[in-house]
Design a protein around this ligand. Sequence first.
Ligand code: ZN
Ligand code: ZN
Length: 336
Amino acid sequence: MTTQAGEARAGNAASRTPSPDPDTDPASAAAAATQLSATRGGEKQGLAERAALGLFILVPFTALLVAVPVAWGWGLGWTDVAITVAMYFLTCHGITVGYHRYFTHGAFKANRPMRLAMAVVGSLAVEGPLVRWVADHRKHHRFSDKDGDPHSPWRYGESVPALLKGLWWAHMGWMFDEEQTPQLTYAPDLVRDPAIRRISRLFWLWTLISLLLPPLIGGLVTLSWTGALSAFFWGSLVRVGLLHHVTWSINSICHAVGRRPFRSRDRSGNVWWLAVLSCGESWHNLHHADPTAARHGVLPGQIDSSARLIRWFELAGWVRDVRWPDAQRIAARRAA
Ligand SMILES: [Zn+2]
Ligand SMILES: [Zn+2]
């Protein structure tokens, strides 16, 4: 009972605010869509958009593959390590604390500067404009592993070949689907906030800043062009590639394998070996059992750096009304 209420709350966050119904009022819906578009593309993905998406996936991924022999052969400087680790965890938490726990699920409330800062830092992860990300993810919770889920690994069935194909779909394939999640239906709360709309539309700028910041720092620290170039390789390309695949692993791996100590309507699992790299998001079974909880790693020893960060923000007074799961709430969601 409680599980379903939680899921419904997360999935239906969109429907709390009434939005124009395109069936009954096409003119107003069309007008609203142009006025309130939070991203540059429409609801159908065009060829150019798809090509750009492919490029943004392929280039960091290639860098990720090349990174291994480069680190092996020429060594890896401490400046690059520091820049890469800092940028990785900054942008990872931008996604987990900002895009996911705050904007998608409302696990806490934030003051205005904090809200805008989370929108920008999340955008630096190069995982797409804020409003699109949130709309896709709310739809994922609404239909998790059923018809309508944008990225379920069980889409093609239960056999091994079907699951392999499904894992590929859940990991990356789904992003190339022509059909886009309608943002006004799933994220009207964000579409109606002009500042958030602006930040979402400026996604190209955040991408540029995210890619140029590491070489700028690397160049200034080492006072050399080679320092800037290697910081670009590690801190921009390899970092973006790694975070992409870790984030997508939550959609693919964490819906196919993992322990399921909590009751949820889907196949979400807790995957311990992704906990540090995913900033606590791989405790995905608990997340689907209690989507609005600010902490996902609720059992002893489950590392959840995002929850730690939210606690610090709470102590600083920047966020409030945090939905911390208490013992009773956790116990109620335990699998029998
Ligand atoms: Zn999920
Ligand atoms: Zn979620």
